[in-house]
Design a protein around this ligand. Structure first.
Ligand SMILES: CC(=O)N[C@H]1[C@@H](OP(=O)(O)OP(=O)(O)OC[C@H]2O[C@@H](n3ccc(=O)[nH]c3=O)[C@H](O)[C@@H]2O)O[C@H](CO)[C@@H](O)[C@@H]1O
Ligand SMILES: C=C(OP(=O)(O)O)C(=O)O
Length: 429
């Protein structure tokens, strides 16, 4: 087990380059099996979630090869298995994208219930509703989701809630269904659009991605293609929040500024200066952080995956800020207790965190309770006085490529060290 040791308060200046989007990569990699043959995917983040997906692909019979650190060659010609067992699925959420992908490839999928960050209940009823509407028989049995069909047929599906996962999963099955599928009340996140663009590059006919309604004309055959994944909105947003929190000045490269608008808006309200360029963004933090209220919403609202990071910034704001979780029922606030160990003054009331700004945070021993919670602790540690030790960093490494190297490159004093067994805290629940 490893941990981060951070000495806070170092001035952060320079350039940081954002990697490919985790949540696009984890959809596009399973989608490669919809075609038989060799896909080349560029700008793939080198993170543990991707490594697990590649293991799953190999288990299914695909051959995967890293042409370069961020370029993958995936040959799906020999995929001959439709089962993703528990040992692969338990570590991550997106393992369940093999349901839609396998249904689309061979009309049968047996995939273990997924893991991923635990913010309380993460239902999959909308995924199953979509597969059923396409004519699949779906059974959940002994921890496995089993979906099969002699023939998928296009359908009109109105989702009860806006779900990224259900939109991705059902889109992947629908591209191979006979006839037209209309999906209403779908997610509009940048990774939805990226997946649709990838599917279209393989010969699918998906229209409307990025709006509330997606229309798909099913096709009999998809062909392999080469594709480059979009930059990671949340990684970019995390480094933007870091610059704002630490009074740093960072040029964040390889971004799509349009994807960052809701984040930019709140950072400017908090007092940061933000300058947008074609594919980079500069954030200069102010010594005085203003109080700001934030409510997370599906895209184009403020992303829930930035909720912990903006909370870390607001810990030192002048006055009271309210952060409301508008996506996840459970509130996603497990990390608040860790921030409080660092001197933050936050109370949680249902889906609301009330943050009374404090003049300073102090280093402490804390643990990441999930991926973005871990990112928030890195931000807090980098602007705290003294030394912060963050344990359970495997959560952070699910989604941030080379975070230590990138942060050291802009002046942060952060290192990754081994935790002696005797010192390790129990893992997050
Ligand atoms: C791999 C990936 O892309 N993960 C992201 C994805 O997760 P994920 O795809 O799991 O999140 P969803 O968009 O599905 O969830 C949104 C809301 O819908 C509810 N819901 C979802 C599915 C369902 O069948 N029934 C249902 O009620 C959930 O409980 C939640 O309240 O989108 C979330 C919301 O932007 C992000 O926090 C995650 O980082
Ligand atoms: C929650 C996240 O991911 P996942 O859905 O894969 O757990 C995230 O990216 O913040």
């Amino acid at each position: 087990m490893e941990k981060f040791i951070i000495k806070g308060n170092a001035p952060l200046h320079g350039e940081i380059t954002v990697s490919g989007a985790k949540n696009a990569a984890v959809a596009i990699i399973p989608a490669t099996i919809l075609a038989k043959g060799r896909c080349v995917i560029e700008n793939v983040p080198d993170i543990s979630d991707v490594a697990i997906l590649l293991e799953i692909l190999e288990h299914l019979g695909a051959k995967t090869h890293r042409l370069e650190r961020n370029t993958l060659e995936i040959d799906t010609s020999a995929v001959d298995c439709n089962e993703v067992p528990y040992e692969f699925a338990r570590a991550m959420r997106a393992s369940y994208y093999f349901l839609g992908a396998l249904l689309g490839r061979c009309f049968e999928a047996n995939v273990s219930m997924p893991g991923g960050c635990n913010f309380g209940v993460r239902p999959i009823d909308q995924h199953l509703k979509g597969f059923t509407a396409l004519g699949a028989e779906v059974v959940v049995d002994g921890g496995m989701i089993r979906a099969s069909s002699n023939r998928l047929v296009g359908s009109h599906i109105h989702f009860d809630v806006v779900s990224v996962g259900a939109t991705v999963n059902v889109m992947m099955a629908a591209v191979r269904a006979h006839g037209i599928t209309i999906m209403e009340n779908v997610a509009k996140e940048p990774h939805i659009v990226d997946l649709a663009n990838f599917l279209n590059s393989m010969g699918a006919d998906v229209r409307g991605a990025g709006t509330d309604v997606i229309k798909i004309h099913g096709v009999d055959l998809l062909r392999p293609s080469s594709y480059s994944i979009i930059p990671d909105q949340i990684e970019a947003g995390t480094y933007m929040a870091l610059a704002a929190a630490c009074g740093g000045n960072l040029l964040i490269k390889n971004v799509i500024p349009k994807h960052l608008e809701s984040i930019t808006d709140k950072l400017v309200a908090a007092g940061a200066e933000v300058a947008e360029y074609d594919d980079s963004i500069r954030v200069a933090g102010s010594p005085v952080i203003n109080r700001v209220n934030v409510k997370t919403m599906p895209h184009p609202g403020f992303p829930t995956d930035m909720q912990p990071q903006i909370t870390a910034l607001l810990c030192r704001a002048g006055g009271t800020s309210i952060v409301t979780e508008g996506v996840w029922e459970g509130g996603r606030f497990k990390y608040i207790d860790e921030l409080k160990r660092m001197g933050a003054n936050i109370s949680v009331d249902g889906k609301m965190a009330v943050i009374e700004g404090v003049p300073r945070l102090t280093g402490a021993r804390v643990r990441a309770t999930d991926l973005r919670a871990g990112a928030a602790l890195v931000i807090a540690g980098l602007c705290a006085e003294g030394v912060t030790e963050i344990e359970n960093i495997e959560f952070i490494e699910r989604g941030y490529e080379c975070i230590v190297e990138k942060l050291r490159g802009v002046g942060a004093d952060i290192q990754k060290v081994l935790v002696p067994d005797a010192e390790a805290v129990r893992p997050a629940q």
